[in-house]
Design a binder for this molecule. Sequence first.
Ligand SMILES: [Mn+2]
Length: 359
Amino acid sequence: MDEELKAHAVKSVRDYMSSHDDFSIFYHLDGDGTTSAALLTKVLSSLGKNIVHYRATNYEDFKKLDVSEYTKNIIICDINVKEKELAIFNKNNLCVIDHHELIHAGGFVYLNPKMWGDETYTPCSLVVYRIFQDLLKDWDWIAAVGTVSDSGGKENKDFIAETAAKNNVKMGKDDYAYDNDFGVCASGIGAIINLYNRNGSDEALGILISSKSLEETLKNERLVSADKQVQQELNKLIEQFEAHKEVHGRVIFFDMDPRKKRYSSTLVTILSFDEKYNNSILIFITKINDKLVRINARASQVEGISLPAAFREVFKTIKGTGGGHDKAAAASIEAKDEEAFKKLLLNELETQLKVGRTG
Ligand SMILES: [Mn+2]
């Protein structure tokens, strides 16, 4: 790890925040992005700064964005923004804090632990917490909720355990720490985002910002009822998965009901941690419309797999875009290519599994 690069990146982000006054925060609309935005809010308000706009963002959004509607200073967190998309921010003071793949572009403030060779899976909320630890002492639980929500509980178990002790949270048995109050809170936030998408993510952010403690967040009626509603829906979908999954050795395909597409990512994550399927690679396929098919893939507990690498190989033959993390990734393909995609991906994943076993 290159400590000098790390110190430089941390300083550049801190300098960026203190040298400007008005900010817009673009945050990924999932649990990790939402908690990252809540932590950045705490940082900026303790520095006496203004946040003029928030925008819950999804990966596709940059194509249709009019940046002139926002402040000159823009912070992007937890979004795998592509180098070619950065052009729309040419006139902005941009700061990107992320934990996805590295961007190789200059002219803006950038921090990603991969820059200094840290390959630990560190969710963005924990990255933000560590940059501003001195200002975020009372808000460590927000970083713990974000970390658990992004399946980072296992790789960051020391941080989770310390934060649990500090906040009187009883640790459970689960490796990923889903079975404690951080997990419960993450589940509520995930649920409200599932139900109301961008608006749900905005609402969760509001709840996090206005709550004084984890306890208060856990009692929030909106989060509690969203969680209950989503849980019922997920139970039904798990039955459908059991009945209709397509098993090819350790690779399992499942066609999601398009009307339930917003559950796809949560469902595939839950199943990938279920002991029945944690040795499998799960590929969920959702037909968005006549032309577009969305892929959600998980190999949460499978060694030696890189889903983005598998997608890249497949996209040498058919058209598609995608990315994410080694064990959790998403892609879009053309509807007409679905069968070809499945064949190519299966082949690619079987190759990775074989190499992983012998190598
Ligand atoms: Mn995210």
